[in-house]
Design a protein. Sequence first.
Length: 68
Amino acid sequence: MSRHDPRTRLLHMRDFARKAVQITNGKTRAELEGDEVLRLAVTRLMELIGEAATHIPPEIRDRHTEIP
């Protein structure tokens, strides 16, 4: 699988989301707002998810309309 393969992109999105959950687990919103490094890390992970999502082909997106 190449890094441009839709499956690879989906797996990356999953991994980025899992990492965001992992590093924020047990943290309060106040902790997130007060920790610039954590906030930047989560923001970057969300950017990576969004970037990968823009490259998912329409035919795959159309099969999964339950995912915004």
